[in-house]
Design a protein around this ligand. Sequence first.
Ligand code: NAD
Length: 485
Amino acid sequence: MDFNDRYSMTIDGKSMSSQGTLPAYNPATRSVIAQVPDATQENLNQAVDAARKAFRAWSGTTPAERARAVNAIADVIEKNADAFMALLTREQGKPHAGAEWEVLGSVYWLREIAKQSLPAEVIQDSDDRRVITQFTPLGVVGAIVPWNFPILLAVWKIAPALMAGNTIIVKPSPFTPLCTLKLGEACKEVLPAGVFNVVSGGDELGKWMTTHEGIDKIAFTGHTETGKAVMRSAAGTLKRITLELGGNDPAIVLADVDAKAIAPMLFWAAFQNNAQFCNATKRLYVHENVYDEVLRELVAFSKTQKVGDGAEAGTALGPIQNLPQYEKVAEYFDDCEKNGYRFALGGKIDRNAKGWFVPVTLVDNPPENSRIVAEEPFGPILPILKWKDEADVIRRANDTIYGLGASVWGKDLAAVQRIGERLDAGTVWLNEIHQYAPGQAFGGHKQSGIGCENSLHGLMEYTNWRTITLNKKVEFGRGSVTRAA
Ligand code: NAD
């Protein structure tokens, strides 16, 4: 596999360019590092035709054949892991450790999802009747992916879509198309033509996918507002949808914690992937008895973590991935400053920095209705809030349109469990965070999403049910054709 700076789409097993191109940037230097195809509607039609044609044979493959193909994708990534990691750091900005977690995690995910299958359920098998429910593929899946974990979140869609017998068209974010385009090219050699297609382009391309008559399901990860637009336009053809959307995850810290010991864990809960993480802790509620101590330790630990170019050794946090997001994060800094909230650390963005760098910033107890608490900044600025009453902090934690993740931290395990069970979120972590697994359902409550990824529940979302009933003792011409079960 050639990791040169030429990028093509993969459609019907062939490399394809387009009439126009889009630039891809390195966020650590703000420089253009490649041009990628900007797909036209005609390109999308070609991908849909190829995927529909390939579906005829692919939908008839056995689980073992599909598993071989999904494992082959894992092998391709593993074989080129170093090149994928370096490219991921260049296009996304994340330091090597994060790139390694994402790339090797993708290999692991593909191999684990390849073990999943949905055999037919036997509902009844008596002397006179047999009833089974089969899980049949939907057809062509359109996968629309964001820029924070471009490879892993594509894999979370590719693996189950193919294992369920669908073919797929993946559209990476216009901000991080490079690894996905290379993955498509690399997989040409190991998959039948048309089974896995990659198209690159802007947001318009995403819109065309959501209305396309030849696409049966949209698997989408991105902003809540974009998810609503996807749902609206997918309604026109009644497409199946899975929506993995935004979050404003609370973390609740009890009074019995050891401030020094917990500070690094809370730091990474909030700032992993430079806080460009759907499940980043975005509101940190600390019991008033330990608030000052936890804040002090968090400031001290944060100062030991270097922000910089992910390609440089020793960098803990990279840049903001793209200019619009950088401007959006800067708005939260301005808003905090304008309203006189106290920065316990950071607070000033150096606009002249070489890349889109933002300092780790801790905001000391801003009001509950401030923008920094109520919204999802998706950047390294964290509000830390005081609490004293358990019922009240649970109410505050749940007082959001989002319900993606949450965490609770403390030595009193009964209290940790009791609080955790009252949090309205798709994943609640107790004394740990960001533990995901291929067998573990992941998704959001409320406006954080619809449906889930991973686990057999996630796999099922790539299927239709087909219930087949057989009357074993039919006497044609006699009696009623309807009967109760
Ligand atoms: P985004 O919504 O701007 O873009 C996501 C994708 O949708 C991109 O590929 C984009 O081109 C495409 N798109 C944009 N407009 C579209 C439209 N009208 N129709 C169809 N497609 C369209 O999101 P982003 O900025 O790339 O990602 C950040 C957001 O994603 C955050 O809110 C974050 O919380 C969320 N996120 C959620 C999860 C999760 O699993 N729940 C995971 C990662 C990120």
